[in-house]
Write a protein of this length. Structure first.
Lengths: 585, 305
């Protein structure tokens, strides 16, 4: 009675969850373009797009991708053999168990009318599939907790996934093992199938099962004489063998039965098999009901992502479908960490402790943004920094085992974040090169604003720059600022500048303007001088700093050996650090 | 002669023809390449914001090279400059080295110095040598005028990068001339391409690029020749944007050095990725002369014997 209630309850939650999660593919908005398209428009575009793909030559691509990438998971194999083996073990073993064992009455018995879970090959296969999953889980644990792959993050959801699968498998194997050893289970079978009534006959059959099949009897203990065993064997062949293969074939359960042998009678007495059955069923039902809300939802989303990305062409896809695909991709992520392990700037995380630098963690933040969740300014700025710290090298996208176009996700999310109005100082670095190349995809107004905002925010911290006549008090000199220029030996060389202006004369940026002071503020030799005087604001507040193209002409030609470019680099570091500290407090 | 090939971020993502043409040319010249999959960004793009991250990034790459017991060759001048700079810093600054190695040791890495950091051009010039390149040439250009663009981060700061004479460099010119082309003299040949400002101050960036294109054009060049992805994208993709804005027409297509060299070796256009350049190269192969190739083949054949 409890079982059907539990099963239908779990199925209902599972179904509702599935609908809820899939509906998010049309509700969630990644980026500015998605904001402008309604959910209903996205649904109708998606249906249109799917039908168009199915009834075109693209069907061949879909089939190929389904077979190679979804079933065989070639993309994982290409990346890492061990991980591929792990995932094939878990997913292959689990699906086969689901079909043959959990859905035995629905699937297996229809395909094989002679199906009996206690008969080979089914009995052996069940254990083989179970063993595969266990091997996969062991590799997963090894990878996550022993191998210590740099920057691979294991979160609570990853732990849940391992725990729930482990619980299902271990309870199942333990259940099988305790049943093999169980005397009461044996008794039940004898009563139901043997038709034996004579005490002696029953005893000889039991002796045979104790001797040969690991049943632990509270009354009968070996060694038995050969005659009894021979008689038992005959009864076994008459009554049991047709429906029950040797339990040794269920090798994992049999192993458990052997291990628990000494305490098997007690285990049987307290009805441990019954308890384990509840644990096993409960774990399965919880796993099923919670599946749409856990990372296991990738079972549905990841194949969709692989298939969609295989047939969607960047230029030709309807914007509504791109929006839907990007929302769906957020669910397809399995948090496997491949992107993070291969990320070009992942190493920056060691120095800048912002988890949003790592693609596998960034995607959770993008999801929070796409869901419309209220985030604080601080949170938004941390996400913004993490998303901007990316060289757009495309590696994450190339290696993603489920084919998520991560680079496009970052781009969409990045632009939407930049438009929220919080200054991001990394825009004033060559990380912006890619954004410049993509400027035609952006609105002209949207393009320049973040750049202006970052410069203005830095300038706003430089009080001296606001003074009209620039009559600057020179005492006391900011010694802390001067000694702060110490990251490399070159940076302190400003002190030997004698103001010959060679740096400014050879600077191609200065040379580009008719009125350089107006465009750039302080020029290179002024900035060296400002450092010498310890006037921080003047050094930080000049456009020259951000317009420096680091061509090193100034440094190369300085007769005094001042590392002008290196000083400018360090000033940029300090200016950003300074303004960021002030904004946080 | 094996090198770890350092591609950086830009080439695999946006300039694959630079990789394919370089690999093809280097294979012909017998330079072995080892790919290290764990390489990360050189750190150049984050140097404005975080010096330590910059050092850590390049140091990790150098440590990976050291682990393989190799030397490293970069195709990008900014990667080259960064790797060189960090190699230099790790050598001269003991406390920085210690700090960085402490972080690297978390993943079992360490950099102690002593790696040779090379650029494609320095490998071609110093390791392969002009004569060997000449021998592998099947054809030569005739009447082709090239504006050779050195790229800032290869030349400067010269004490650190030690690529060539920073005031009157000649390596790249000689490498261009070995193809039979003429490397012309032009006033801004050692100046910046404008790429570092692209995305930060596009007007400034385009001004600098226009200046170079105009100078190259006026000095009679048919093509610009570069050996850096940033320079090339600037002279190619950004030039295309400049051209679409109208104004004075300084159209001057950019060709990557291994593309220029590859054509003389008879490497096919597809491997060299000639059609992938945004500003079309036109009929550059029209400058190739077969007659000359017959002579040079004969010569190289004789010298082999």
């Amino acid at each position: 009675m409890l079982f059907p209630i539990g099963l239908y309850g779990a199925l209902i939650i599972f179904g509702i969850g599935l609908v809820y999660r899939i509906s998010a593919w049309f509700r969630y908005k990644v980026g500015i373009n998605a904001e402008r398209i309604s959910a209903s428009a996205r649904v109708s575009e998606a249906i249109k797009g799917i039908l168009l793909a199915l009834f075109s030559a693209k069907i061949a691509t879909l089939l190929r991708v389904f077979f190679l990438d979804v079933v065989l998971q070639i993309r994982v194999l290409r990346e890492d053999y061990l991980r591929w083996f792990m995932h094939i073990c878990i997913y292959g073993g689990f699906i086969l168990l689901l079909l043959m064992h959990a859905l035995g009455n629905v699937v297996t018995s229809r395909l094989f009318p002679s199906y009996f879970s206690t008969l080979n090959p089914f009995m052996f296969l069940r254990d083989l599939f179970g063993a595969l999953v266990i091997v996969g889980l062991a590799i997963a644990l090894y990878r996550r907790f022993i191998l210590r792959i740099p920057r691979l993050v294991t979160n609570a959801m990853d732990q849940y996934a391992i725990i729930i699968v482990a619980l299902i498998m271990i309870s199942g194997i333990a259940l099988e093992g305790t049943k093999i050893a169980s005397h009461s289970a044996y008794k039940r079978m004898v009563e139901e199938y043997s038709g034996l009534v004579d005490e002696d006959e029953m005893r000889s059959l039991e002796a045979y099962w104790v001797e040969a099949f690991g049943v632990v009897s509270p009354t009968l203990k070996g060694p038995f004489d050969a005659e009894t065993l021979e008689q038992g064997r005959e009864f076994h062949e008459m009554s049991c063998v047709e429906c029950h293969s040797r339990p040794q074939w269920a090798f994992t359960g049999y192993g458990v039965a052997k291990i628990i042998g000494p305490v098997a009678s007690w285990i049987d007495r307290v009805n441990m098999p019954g308890v384990l059955w509840y644990i096993h069923i409960l774990a399965c039902l919880v796993g099923l009901a919670y599946l749409p809300f856990s990372k296991m939802f990738h079972i549905f989303a990841s194949p969709v992502s692989l298939l969609a990305n295989a047939v969607m062409e960047r230029e030709k896809s309807a914007p509504a479908n791109v929006a839907t695909r990007q929302a769906m991709e957020l669910d397809a992520c399995t948090h496997c960490g491949t992107c993070t392990v291969r990320c070009s700037v992942g190493v920056a995380y060691e120095e800048i402790p912002n988890a949003n630098i790592l693609p596998s963690e960034k995607i959770a933040s993008v999801k929070a943004l796409a869901s419309g969740k209220e985030l604080t300014e601080r949170e938004l700025r941390i996400i913004q920094e993490g998303i901007y710290l990316c060289t757009n090298c495309y590696r994450c996208t190339l290696v993603c085992p489920v084919g998520i176009n991560l680079q496009d996700l970052w781009f969409s999310a990045r632009e939407a974040l930049l438009q929220r109005g919080y200054p991001e100082f990394l825009v004033l670095s060559p990380l912006s090169f890619y954004r410049g190349l993509m400027r035609e995809d952006l609105l002209q107004r949207d393009y320049g604003e973040p750049l202006m905002r970052a410069r203005e925010a830095i300038l706003a911290e430089c009080d001296l720059m606001k003074m009209r006549d620039k009559a600057v008090p020179l005492t006391p000199a900011d010694r802390g600022f001067q000694s702060g220029l110490s990251l490399s030996a070159q940076a302190s060389t400003f002190s030997v500048c004698f103001g010959c202006e060679t740096c400014t004369t050879v600077c191609p940026v200065v040379g580009n303007y008719d009125n350089p002071k107006e465009a750039l503020g302080l020029l290179p030799h002024h900035i060296m001088h400002a450092c010498g005087l310890g006037v921080r604001d003047l050094a930080f507040g000049s456009n020259m700093l951000w317009d420096c193209i680091t061509c090193y002409q100034c440094q190369e030609q300085c007769p005094q050996g001042v590392g002008v470019t290196d000083v400018l680099y360090e000033l940029k570091n300090l200016a950003i650090k300074n303004v960021k500290e002030k904004m946080i407090h | 002669m094996d090198f770890a090939l350092f591609l950086g971020c830009t080439i695999p993502a946006r300039l694959t023809q630079y990789e394919s043409s370089s690999r093809a040319v280097l294979e012909r010249l017998g330079v072995g390449l080892v790919d290290i999959r764990e390489f990360n960004c050189c750190g150049y793009p984050v140097r404005n914001a975080s010096f330590k991250t910059f050092v850590l990034s390049s140091a990790r790459n150098l440590a990976l090279v050291q682990k393989e017991n190799l030397n490293v060759m970069a195709l990008c001048k900014c990667c080259y400059g960064s790797l060189k700079k960090v190699d230099h810093l790790m050598e001269e600054n003991a406390s920085l080295r210690k700090e960085i190695n402490t972080i690297l040791e978390r993943e079992g890495l360490r950099y102690e110095g002593g790696i040779e950091v090379r650029h494609l051009l320095s490998v071609l010039y110093h390791e392969v040598g002009i004569e060997s390149i000449k021998e592998k040439r099947e054809k030569g250009y005739e009447g082709l005028k090239i504006a050779t663009h050195y790229g800032c981060h290869a030349l400067r700061p010269s004490q650190v990068v030690q690529f060539d004479d920073p005031v009157s460099p000649s390596i790249f010119d000689q490498l261009v001339e070995v193809t039979g082309a003429e490397s012309i003299d032009w006033a801004t040949r050692l100046e910046c391409c404008g790429a570092p400002a692209w995305g930060i101050n596009d007007d400034l960036s385009m001004d600098l690029t226009r200046k170079k294109l105009g100078d190259g054009k006026q000095s009679g060049a048919d093509y610009l020749c570069v050996a850096c992805p940033y320079c090339h994208i600037q002279f190619d993709t950004v030039q295309k944007a400049i051209l679409s804005q109208g104004g004075a027409d300084h159209r001057l297509p950019s060709i990557l050095y291994p593309q220029l060299l590859g054509l003389t070796m008879g490497i096919d256009r597809e491997t060299l990725g000639l059609e992938m350049n945004q500003v079309p190269l036109g009929d550059i192969a029209g400058f190739l002369s077969d007659e000359r190739s017959a002579v040079s083949n004969q010569l190289s054949g004789e010298s082999d014997r």
